[in-house]
Design a binder for this molecule. Structure first.
Ligand SMILES: [Zn+2]
Length: 88
């Protein structure tokens, strides 16, 4: 029971709630979406299931831009590489 806190977040892709252990934290650094699997980077973060499906859904709806309160479009390059693997 009394484990360390295990908060619940909503995935920006599928909008389902999950514990942070199941979600990848994403932050925006210099206009790019950067994965933060260890949840150590400062700033506002968005949560995403690290799957191609949820990544695409979030991109399609520009959910990252909204969740991260970015006034400009965010580039998913580093995040996409993390989720989908290199050379995609
Ligand atoms: Zn999801």
């Amino acid at each position: 029971m009394a484990e360390t806190s295990n908060p619940v977040r909503t995935c920006v892709g599928c909008r389902k709630k999950a514990t942070v252990n199941d979600l990848l934290r994403v932050v925006v650094v210099a206009g790019e979406l950067v994965p933060d699997p260890r949840r150590v980077l400062p700033g506002r973060g968005a949560s995403l299931h690290p799957t191609a499906e949820c990544l695409r859904a979030a991109e399609r709806r520009r959910a990252f831009q909204r969740a991260l309160r970015s006034s400009t479009p965010v580039e998913a390059g580093p995040l996409r590489e993390h989720v989908l693997g290199p050379s995609s």
